[in-house]
Ligand binder design. Structure first.
Ligand SMILES: NC(=O)c1ccc[n+]([C@@H]2O[C@H](COP(=O)([O-])OP(=O)(O)OC[C@H]3O[C@@H](n4cnc5c(N)ncnc54)[C@H](OP(=O)(O)O)[C@@H]3O)[C@@H](O)[C@H]2O)c1
Length: 328
C-alpha cells in the first residue's frame, strides 16, 4: 500500500520528546529548556515531533503544545497504549492529547504497542480511521508492530511503523523492515543512541543511569548480554576514535545510512545535543566503515535473537523465531 505519505515531513530527523517527561528514566527536565530545544529544532528544519500521553502523564504533550504555539508548520506524532480500552476510552485519550497539544488535528496518530488481541488492535484502528474521516487525525501509524500485526492490519491505511533501530539494536533488519517495505510503511526509528548509551559519555555499561538499565541488554540472568553489550560498546568507542569523530555522530550516521529507515527520531534534550545531531547528517560513512560497524555489532545482533521487543523477554511484538515459527 503506497501513496499515504503526503503531508508528513520527509526531513530525515524528528525530535522525540519523551525526555520532557522529567521522570525516573530520564531525570529532571526544565520546561523552558525543553521549549528552547523545540524552537531550535524548528529553526533548523526539523518538522516532526514525537510524543505520547504516556510520557510524564501528559507533561511531554503539554510542554510540546506550549512550544508549538504560533508554529503551524510543526507536525505532531503522538501514540497511545490500547490494551483494555473501549472505543470511548480511545476517543477520550485522543481528545485529551489534542487539548494538551493545543491543536485541532494530530498529524500522525499511532498505536504505541500492539494489543495482546488482534480485535483490540483493529478496534483502535477503526477509531483512528473514523477520526481521520473527520479530519481530527491526519495520518495513521503504529509502533513496535512485528510481522504478524503488520500483515493482519494491512487493510488499514497505516503509513508508518515506529521501531527501535541502532548500532546496539539491529533486530528489525531480518524480517520486520522487509515486511514494512512490502506493505508500503515508512519506518521511523528510535534507540539510535540507545537511550544515551551511545552518547560518548559512557565507556562501559556501569556508568549508565540506573533508571535506563531497562532494556534486554541489561536483563539476562546470566549477564551474558550485558558483557557482550559492554565489549561492543568499547569496540565502538575505539572505532569512533579511529575516525576522529564522536560516537554519537557515528551512531546517527549509521542509522541514517540504512535505506529502510525513513526518519530517525532522536531524543536531544539540549540545544547543543541537537546541533551535534544536525551536524552528524554531514558525516558520510564509507562502505568499508559501514561493513566494519556491521561486523563489530554482529555478535550482539545475533545474541539478541529474533525477539524485537527491546524491553521484555516475553515479547509483546509478534514475530517469527529463528526456525521461522511464529511467536505470538
Ligand atoms: N514508540 C516507542 O515505543 C518509543 C520507545 C522509545 C522512544 N521513542 C521515541 O524516541 C525518542 C527518542 O528516545 P530514545 O529512547 O530513542 O532515546 P535516544 O535518542 O536513543 O537517546 C536519548 C539520549 O541520548 C543522549 N543524546 C541526545 N543527543 C545527543 C548528542 N548529540 N550527543 C550525545 N548524547 C546525546 C541524551 O542523553 P543524556 O540524557 O545522558 O544527555 C538523551 O537523553 C523518544 O523521545 C520518543 O519520542 C518511542
Amino acid at each position: 500500500m503506497t501513496g499515504y505519505f503526503e503531508g508528513i515531513s520527509v526531513f530525515p530527523i524528528a525530535l522525540g520528546t519523551w525526555t520532557f517527561a522529567g521522570d525516573r528514566i530520564w531525570g529532571a527536565s526544565e520546561e523552558n529548556r525543553c521549549i528552547q530545544v523545540v524552537h531550535s529544532a524548528l529553526d533548523s528544519g526539523i518538522e516532526l515531533f514525537d510524543t505520547s500521553p504516556n510520557y510524564g502523564e501528559g507533561r511531554s504533550e503539554e510542554i510540546l503544545g506550549k512550544a508549538l504555539i504560533g508554529r503551524p508548520e510543526a507536525q505532531v506524532a503522538t501514540k497511545i497504549k490500547i490494551d483494555g480500552l473501549s472505543v470511548t476510552d480511545i476517543r477520550n485519550l485522543i481528545y485529551g492529547s489534542l487539548k494538551r497539544l493545543k491543536r485541532d488535528r494530530i498529524d500522525l496518530m499511532q498505536i504505541h504497542w500492539p494489543a495482546a488481541g488482534l480485535d483490540e488492535t483493529r478496534r483502535a484502528l477503526d477509531v483512528f480511521t473514523e477520526l481521520k474521516r473527520n479530519s481530527v487525525v491526519r495520518n495513521i501509524g503504529v509502533c513496535n508492530f512485528g510481522v504478524f500485526d503488520i500483515v493482519e492490519t494491512a487493510d488499514y491505511p497505516i503509513i508508518s511503523n515506529q521501531l527501535p533501530y541502532g548500532l546496539l539494536w539491529r533486530v528489525i533488519e531480518k524480517e520486520i523492515a522487509p515486511a514494512c517495505k512490502a506493505n508500503g510503511q515508512r519506518i521511523l526509528s528510535y534507540a539510535t543512541l540507545q537511550q544515551g548509551l551511545l552518547s560518548g559519555k559512557h565507556r562501559s555499561l556501569e556508568s549508565f543511569p540506573e533508571g535506563r538499565k531497562r532494556t534486554r541488554h541489561f536483563l539476562t540472568p546470566d549477564g551474558s548480554l550485558y558483557r557482550l553489550t559492554d565489549s561492543t560498546l568499547r569496540d565502538l568507542h575505539t572505532f569512533a576514535a579511529d575516525c576522529c569523530t564522536s560516537l554519537a555522530k557515528i551512531a546517527l550516521a549509521f542509522s541514517l545510512s540504512r535505506e529502510f529507515i525513513n526518519t530517525v527520531i532522536i531524543g536531544a534534550r539540549t540545544q547543543e545535543q541537537l546541533q551535534q545531531i544536525l551536524e552528524a547528517q554531514k558525516l558520510q560513512l564509507s562502505g568499508e566503515d559501514l561493513k566494519n560497524l556491521e561486523s563489530i555489532t554482529e555478535p550482539l545482533k545475533s545474541k539478541l535473537g529474533g525477539n524485537p521487543d527491546m524491553f521484555k523477554d516475553e515479547s509483546r511484538v509478534r514475530y517469527n523465531n529463528e526456525n521461522g515459527d511464529p511467536v505470538r
